[in-house]
Design a protein around this ligand. Structure first.
Ligand SMILES: [Fe+2]
Length: 511
């Protein structure tokens, strides 16, 4: 963790020292309940730590005991926050950046303004972006998202349940309706200015009962409509929305579900919407304990497989009253990969965990599963097939094939052993042939999500890119791989003057 006030870019906007001077870094004022997903990591009940060198990272305990004064793992090494907003316009580039790549690669993540947070998921959103222009790298910037929580000093302030502008906005960035939107687990989207990553302000998703929006909306490539949902902590617990090509919400329908569950992602096909009602429940006691004793590691979610798990299918666009459900084995899925309809069957690929937020379970990495949901009969049918590839998560596909029959997926690979889970490199899976291609960034270097950015016209024509952290230099770079030949290594690497903490999801802004 760098020293307070350390400036390694060309510009310093605000530092933790400034905040201390302004008195903004008082004790945590927790009173809200939120979680920011995007994790590829299973729940565990053990306390995490890292080595003195910060080169070994344990998977995040989602229900952790007190750390006895030791620094939480998510505040250490490259999980730990940076305390400076940097602008750099002199970036060294290795290799050759594709001239077709013009836009801003921007990735969101948890970066507590106050320097501490009760969980990796629960820091204030910070976006890190690199502007690429016709073969050159114009700038790097990182900026906190100026949410209601940020304006209140950072962290989750004691203003009641989260939602609306009471959000961390730390999970993803999506381009839609001519806007760049920062998204969190709950709360409204925050619009960003793609020219400098500053926050423009909140964007309303009103029209329903809650003001929450998933960090994983799906844009239908045929219509340009964005399909999303928001879950809340009171009825109706789930709402399904459609946003038109201008970004306006044109439909908002409650989805009948019996309880508030953490629903991080969903899926669409050309004709269907697929919801996952999985047994991670909102936990009021955990929320209260988190407020009263942040060091307890208590969280507002808990694993309760006794309530069962099920998949819901309804027509794309609704009505939500037509949703049908099929029971499945309890599990948790942070991320779907893609879904498509094949006749009467829906084929849905997911990154599956045996559980999440479960106490006293060791960490594990998610495995790839292909779920097939039969829709022809009076009752849905369900079958589960494991795809035998090394553990990985944070999937990316060619967005032009969202909801359609697809062939290619890219994922962030992890290595897993008891008590430890480590980001490594990139996986490319050809779903048609089963071929797996991989690229590893090398010793002491770790990547996160690999975002696919389209280039040519065919599926997979383009690049994947990710921030890669280098322990030796304590800096990060933006690595660009050819999407259909990741094994040959980077075609270009943009070297940054600072490190980018491990985070969640990225987007390539072309507005
Ligand atoms: Fe996510």
């Amino acid at each position: 963790m760098e020293a307070m006030g350390d400036v390694r870019g060309n510009d310093q906007r605000i530092t933790r020292r400034d905040l201390l001077r302004q008195g903004a870094l008082g004790g945590l004022a927790l009173g809200a309940v939120a979680a920011s997903g995007g994790a590829l990591l299973a729940a565990c009940g053990t306390s995490g730590s890292s080595t003195a060198a910060g080169r070994r990272y344990l998977s995040p305990p989602t229900t952790a005991p007190p750390d006895d004064g030791a620094t939480k793992w998510w505040l250490q090494g490259n999980f730990g926050p940076v305390h400076t907003e940097t602008t750099s316009t002199t970036l060294e580039v290795s290799g050759s950046l594709p001239t077709e790549l013009t836009g801003v690669y921007v990735r969101n993540g948890s970066n507590p303004l106050q320097g501490i947070s009760p969980h990796w998921f629960l820091g204030d959103g910070m976006v890190h972006g690199v502007r690429l222009e016709s073969g050159s790298a114009a700038w790097y910037r990182n900026r906190w998202v100026r949410t209601g929580f940020y304006d209140n000093g950072g962290g989750m302030s004691a203003t009641g349940a989260p939602g609306g502008t009471a959000t961390l906005s730390n999970v993803s960035v999506v381009q839609h309706g001519g806007m760049a939107l920062s998204l969190g687990e709950v709360g409204v989207p925050y619009r960003l200015d793609p020219t400098d990553l500053s926050t423009v302000g909140p964007v309303s998703v009103d029209g329903g009962a809650n003001s929450n929006m998933t960090a994983h909306p799906k844009i239908d490539p045929a219509t340009g409509l964005m399909h999303s949902f928001g879950y809340g902590f009171s009825q109706p617990y789930l709402e399904y929305r459609i946003h038109d090509a201008s970004g306006a919400v044109i439909s908002n329908q409650p989805v009948p579900v019996p309880r508030s569950v953490m629903m991080h992602d969903f899926a669409i096909t050309e004709h269907d919407v697929i919801f996952m009602d999985l047994p991670v429940l909102f936990d009021l006691q955990g929320a209260m304990r988190m407020v009263q004793d942040p060091a307890s590691g208590a969280l507002p979610y808990r694993w309760d497989p006794t309530v069962g798990a099920r998949i819901g299918v309804m027509p794309l666009g609704g009505p939500t009253s037509a949703i049908r459900w099929v029971d499945i084995e309890p599990c948790y899925v942070y991320h779907t990969i893609n879904a498509t309809r094949q006749g009467n069957d829906i084929v849905l690929d997911v990154c599956r965990l045996d559980s999440a937020f479960a106490p006293a379970t060791m960490p594990s990495a998610s495995t790839r599963h292909r779920w097939t949901i039969g829709t022809s009969g009076e009752r849905l049918t369900f079958s589960d097939h494991t795809i035998d590839v090394p553990p990985a998560d944070l999937p990316s596909i060619d967005p032009r094939f969202r909801g359609r029959t697809w062939r290619h997926a890219w994922l962030a690979e992890v290595t897993s052993r008891p008590g430890e889970l480590t980001f490594t490199g990139c996986q490319h899976i050809d779903m048609t042939t089963g071929r797996l291609d991989r690229w590893q960034p090398g010793p002491g270097r770790h990547a996160g999500e690999w975002l696919f950015v389209p280039g040519g016209t065919g599926e997979g024509d383009g690049w994947v890119m990710a921030f890669v952290y280098d322990h030796a230099t304590d800096r990060s770079s933006l690595v660009v791989l050819e999407a259909l030949d990741v094994a040959k290594g980077p075609v270009a690497e943009v070297h940054l003057p600072v490190r980018v903490p491990y985070g969640f999801h990225a987007s390539f802004l072309t507005i």
